[in-house]
Design a protein around this ligand. Sequence first.
Ligand code: SF4
Length: 376
Amino acid sequence: MQLKDGFNITVSIIERMKEVFEILPSEQRSKCALCDETMTHVIKKIEAEAQVSNRAACRFMSAQTGKNESTIRSAVNKVQGKVVEKSTSTATNSKHIDIVGKVIEKTGTNDDKKGTISQQDAIRMVSKETGKSESAVKKQVQRAKSKSVFNKSDIEWCDFTWNPVTGCHHNCPYCYARGIATRFTDIFPRGFEYHVREERFFAPDNQPYPKPGHDKVFVCSMADLFGEWVEEEVITRILSIVSAHPEWTFIFLTKNADRLPGYEFPENAWVGVTVDKESGLAPALTGLSGVDALTKFISFEPLLEEFFVDTDHIKTVVDWVIIGCESGNRKGRFIPKFSYIYDLYHRFSKDGFPVFLKPNVALSFPQHLPRTHYDA
Ligand code: SF4
């Protein structure tokens, strides 16, 4: 089987891989039957010997064994997750203690002449001492200090939220996030201003491996990551972290669909656009059409007016939709007619298209609405 230009895996390797791979379904076994290493190395061997990506190696094994590719990926990732946890903590205990310990030693010591050394100065000094770049030293210090993990979420369509960036400038009148950010100033020292939370970039590393079916992470529930004010580098860093954590499904949602095309979204990313008025639909569809993501969606939330939309056309672009009303009692809040919601829901959900009806819709019409359907 050809995996890369000019490279063919030999039959014996294929047979060996197949033989070893047979042990994967019994996930209790964490060793390779052939050489007593972790079974992750089977994929690693393919990656190394064929010089292909982990994804290609898993696809190859799927073709060879007839097993589902996602089963293979999740089995391998599960083991990798444990290995990574171990190796990360080992690294923390050795390399990090060296570097981080040096920084802490300096910042915690009073210099006779100058007083306490700032962390930035200490990083500079350790960088010179060890020959590592300042940014590498800084990153290790941040990683060692970070206790950041995901937050459990009450949002119905995800399990956790992760906010490596907070604050948003869209200024929506109904924004719930602004209220939280301006109230809890200890957690949001800059209120609702744009703020890159460096320490939170390590949350996916710190987070325990997800339980089956509880792997959905809403990225930036307190911000719009694709807002015009967010630096390119911040977005690409976050996408690379997402790519490094295939054990989670990361859900991105923006009001600025224009900025989506051009980014490479990893396989474990869902990409959605929020539309609250009909005028937002065309840019949402254009933006999402320019995105290559496994799952794309539109969140019609909160409905601020009635939509006269071509649901069949929308279904050619996205894989599911969310419909939600505005919560709370804001003056001027739009309350849709029951017939309108009913019609919209049924036009989307006919033929089994997945629609998530927010409970705030059902709560408005408890006697009428069909049961929430969610099958994303
Ligand atoms: S886009 Fe979201 S976070 Fe930003 S102001 Fe609007 S509701 Fe708030």
